[in-house]
Design a protein. Structure first.
Length: 290
């Protein structure tokens, strides 16, 4: 006996499949659209590090000296330049990941969480979007290096851009992890003041890390240890080595990590932050249900 033909109403609808990389590109593009529509972010992320670089370079330059005769002739602005560049990346990562709190408040984040896409694509789209913005702003500030008589070879410039990209990914991923659990921008700024800014200050950007020795006092020892275990220290040191690779008597503090070590630590830092962001994004929070 012949079976009756199934009506279209009886056929289950095909599951909606969204390509993960399409979601990554869309979220990344959204970050750029928001950035273009908020030009004050450029002033906040680039203006303050430039002011710090000029003021601290002029104020601390006459009193700052490196060990050794050759390095002592170099200005403090040359030493502080890589740290200012990292500060721009840090500020841009902060401004980019604040949008996670705003997206949750406006309901956009809840829509993304229920979309048929893997969580890693949402995380990667947000991180790449913020990292590209940080990279562009960092390259704008890098042009000021011409005032320091820096000579960039094409190979040096490629290495600087790649290292800046890795550091941007790491800092944006860290900002994502912090902002995901936040319910207000005020709390995020509090964490920035207590955690992120000291992390930058203890990266060797503002002053060189003291050598780690057993016979020093416990306060200098704790300061030196915290600077050596800080992953951002290796990003600053790697940039300093790349920026002044062709400079005689380069402003390199004693015990500056080798460039290979800086690359390894920076890449591991970025990978750990991305993995942690994916893990924390896969956990349900009370804010996701609001």
């Amino acid at each position: 006996m012949a079976q009756p033909l199934a009506s279209p109403a009886d056929v289950p609808p095909a599951p909606l499949v969204v390509r993960p990389w399409l979601a990554v590109g869309t979220l990344c593009q959204r970050e750029w659209v928001r950035f273009v529509r908020q030009p004050n972010r450029v002033f906040g992320a680039v203006g303050q590090p430039i002011i710090f670089w000029l003021l601290f370079g002029a104020g601390l330059g006459p009193t700052f000296r490196f060990p050794g005769d050759g390095a002592a002739r170099l200005s403090y602005r040359e030493f502080f330049f890589p740290g200012s560049l990292i500060l721009i990346l840090l500020f841009t990562a902060i401004f980019s990941t604040i949008s996670i709190i705003e997206d949750r408040r406006e309901g956009f984040l809840q829509s993304v969480l229920v979309a048929p896409i893997p969580r890693w694509s949402m995380v990667l789209g947000k991180i790449i979007g913020g990292s590209l913005i940080a990279l562009v702003e960092g390259l704008v500030f890098l042009a000021l290096g011409l005032t320091l008589s820096l000579q960039f070879t094409p190979l040096m410039l490629v290495g600087i851009v790649l290292l800046l990209a890795v550091i941007s990914l790491a800092l944006t991923g860290m900002g994502f992890v912090i902002a995901w659990r936040m319910d207000s921008t005020q709390g995020f700024h509090a964490v920035m003041s207590v955690f992120l800014m000291p992390m930058w200050l203890l990266s060797g950007a503002f002053f060189p890390p003291p050598p780690l020795q057993a016979d020093m006092g416990w306060v200098p020892w704790a300061l030196s240890l915290s600077m050596h275990v800080n992953p951002l220290t290796y990003g600053v040191a790697g940039l300093r080595r790349l920026l002044y690779a062709n400079v005689v008597d380069a402003p390199l503090p004693p015990d500056t990590p080798q460039l290979a070590t800086c690359w390894i630590v920076s890449i591991v830092f970025a990978a750990v932050m991305f993995a942690l962001a994916c893990k924390i994004a896969g956990q349900r929070t009370t804010g996701d249900l609001l």
